[in-house]
Design a protein around this ligand. Structure first.
Ligand SMILES: Nc1ncnc2c1ncn2[C@@H]1O[C@H](COP(=O)(O)OP(=O)(O)OP(=O)(O)O)[C@@H](O)[C@H]1O
Length: 604
């Protein structure tokens, strides 16, 4: 059994009992989401107009059928009837021809009424996926970094797919509702008592089934929350696959995953059951109410036979539409939480865009951190009053114990995060004032966990700069000391590699990422333990390559290895979030305890 959700909207929904709530909440969710997809409002207006025409054609056709049937019963070849505002008097063949024409028009309208919602739904799915992708890509790094694993995947797949279905359901709902109202109004015009009986019956039905529909919505909300937990669990299975292969899947690991599976099962069962049961129940109750309505009509003076027949037929048809309105309401109940969650996420991403400056970025001559304090949104301060200046072309080592703040400094240099206090300066000007897109083209980065995409070696090197020529790719691979190895593979640069491809070793993967970083001829390059997976020979080769870039590129190298740090012009030592020393390696060996200690560790 799923645990009660902590989402305040769940608790709120348990208290509400307004029968118009579905329409109100659908309207609210629609208003929040529809700006994210194109031409939807116009399509809904067209749909409502066509549905009105369809309803009128349908009630006219039903009245015509009833009238013809009544004439045939009396053996007359002329059709004469008094149908509310319309008095009909025409030969049978003419009336039948009109009837055929009306049936064809109704058929064509049905096709249009099915097509428009499907088109809006498919377009909305594509538009929402683009918008969510753009909002996610453009959101500040803090927002993405603080998100639960699996959330974006779930929004992109399950949520958007359900929202697209909801839009189709909503379109159908508008069409069905307008047709339903048109039929009811037609019935009023034909015969007032019968129409009153019909309206009362429909209202009773709608009110009677509300509590069940509310339960359905609550279960659907739980399902949405549990689906996100499940997606997160699935992602962890993939992330941990290698370790699980080595250590084995413990019973606790299995049980934790099984629990996630079970927690989806319970709300899924309830919401699926209720989604089927509510319309079925409606049908049974509708039939009962129809019989009661007929009894009421039979006790009244209903005028001529044609009018009675038309009213009864319209009544049956309208009740069928009433039932469909109820189905749409229950189906929307199920989908509204997904719409709300998607709207929340879109608001969250687009409400926290990456901050950008408007000044053009000149060539980077100098980079400085001035009195930088920094804390992650959820934690204590991790950097304290960090100040340093680096000139163009310098090779800078960043060293310090684990957790001391090296990667945090890197994140500030990359402009992924802004200092809580103090500033990153480029050529003595606050980096925030420069255009981010220009900064992104001048800086390159190789993270601790180098990621490859599924594709060829060339695709991977070209990933961020699709415009690169083959010659530039080869040049970048040479700089990363990758070229000769790639050429020894049968497929060369067309060899397919990927996150799990056995084709490349950890060291090769890191050099592909290094080649990708060097491919854009960056002015600043940051390597966060990027050579840690390389053997000594490969590392030396890469360092020779980096050495060749000296003076032309400003290089930051986070490393625990003295072999890497010793090649730097200067090394900064960060301990407990403070810059303890910043000097050439030879000086540090004499003055800094941490640096001296790592020079003494054998093999480092
Ligand atoms: N996303 C985060 N949210 C909250 N705290 C974080 C986050 N990332 C790092 N920290 C904390 O900030 C501190 C500095 O971490 P940082 O990653 O900068 O250290 P590091 O020197 O690079 O460590 P390592 O050498 O192990 O990679 C640590 O105490 C860490 O727990």
């Amino acid at each position: 059994m799923a645990e009660p959700s902590s989402d305040p909207r769940d608790q709120e929904s348990a208290r509400r009992a307004n029968p118009l709530e579905v329409a109100r909440k659908t309207w609210g969710a629609w208003l929040r989401l529809s700006p994210f997809f194109r031409s939807s409002r116009l399509a809904i207006v067209v749909l409502a107009g066509l549905s009105l025409v369809a309803g009128l054609v349908e009630s006219g056709l039903i009245a015509l059928i009833a009238t013809v049937a009544a004439s045939l019963a009396t053996g007359s070849r002329d059709v004469q009837a008094d149908l509310g505002p319309i008095a009909l008097d025409a030969p049978l063949p003419t009336v039948l021809t009109v009837g055929v024409a009306m049936a064809v028009v109704r058929g064509c309208l049905s096709i249009l009424l099915a097509y428009i919602p499907a088109r809006v739904g498919a377009q909305a799915m594509a538009d929402l996926r683009r918008k969510l992708f753009d909002a996610f890509v453009g959101a500040a790094w803090e927002i993405k970094a603080s998100e639960r694993d699996g959330q974006f995947q779930s929004l992109m797949n399950a949520h958007i797919s359900i929202v697209s279905q909801a839009i189709i359901t909503l379109g159908n709902g508008v069409s069905i509702f307008v047709t339903f109202v048109t039929l009811v109004v037609s019935a009023f015009l034909l015969n007032l008592p019968a129409a009153v009986a019909l309206a009362v019956a429909s209202l009773l039905l709608f009110a009677g089934l509300r509590p069940l529909a509310r339960r359905l919505r609550d279960q659907a909300r739980k399902l949405s929350a549990e689906n996100i937990e499940y997606s997160k669990g699935v992602q962890e299975v993939v992330l941990m696959a290698e370790e699980t292969q080595v250590f084995g899947a413990s019973p606790t690991y299995r049980e934790t995953f099984y629990r996630l599976v079970d927690r989806v099962r319970a709300p899924l069962l309830r919401s699926r059951f209720l989604a089927e049961a509510v319309p079925a129940l409606f049908q049974s109750v509708a039939l009962l109410l129809l019989v009661l309505a007929l009894i009421v009509i039979s006790l009244m003076d209903v005028g001529n036979l044609a009018s009675l027949g038309a009213v009864v037929l319209i009544l049956i048809r309208a009740l069928s539409f009433g039932q469909q309105v109820q189905s749409v309401a229950t189906s929307m109940d199920e989908k509204i939480p997904f719409m709300e969650r998607l709207a929340d996420a879109l608001g969250q991403y687009s409400g926290h865009p990456q901050q950008d400056g408007d000044q053009d970025l000149p060539p980077v001559r100098r980079l400085s951190l001035v009195s930088v304090d920094f804390a992650y949104p959820t934690g204590p301060q991790v950097l304290h009053d960090v100040t340093f200046t680096v000139e163009r072309g310098e090779t800078i080592g960043i060293a310090g114990p684990s957790g001391s703040g090296k990667s945090s400094v890197v994140q500030i240099l990359l402009r992924l995060r802004d200092p809580s206090d103090g500033a990153l300066l480029v050529n003595d000007v606050d980096a925030r004032s420069f255009r981010r897109d220009q900064w992104q083209r001048r800086i390159a980065y190789v993270p601790q966990t180098a990621q490859l995409v599924w594709g060829t070696v060339a695709d991977n090197i070209r990933f961020y700069r699709p415009e690169l020529t083959d010659a530039q790719i080869v040049d970048a691979a040479r700089k990363a000391n990758l070229h000769d190895e790639v050429m020894s593979w049968p497929e060369g640069y067309d060899t397919v590699v990927g996150q799990r491809a056995a084709a490349v070793s950890g060291g090769q993967r890191q050099r592909i990422c290094l080649a990708r970083a060097l491919a854009g001829d960056p002015e600043v390059l940051i390597l966060d333990e990027a050579t840690s997976a390389l053997d000594v020979r490969s590392e030396n080769l890469v360092h020779q390559s980096l050495e060749a870039l000296k003076g032309r590129i400003t290089l930051f190298m986070v490393s625990h290895r003295i072999s890497a740090l010793a090649t730097c012009d200067r090394v900064m030592v960060i301990e407990n979030g403070r810059l303890q020393a910043f000097a050439p390696p030879a000086d540090l060996a004499a003055t800094n305890t941490f640096y001296r200690d790592i020079t003494r560790v054998p093999g480092v």
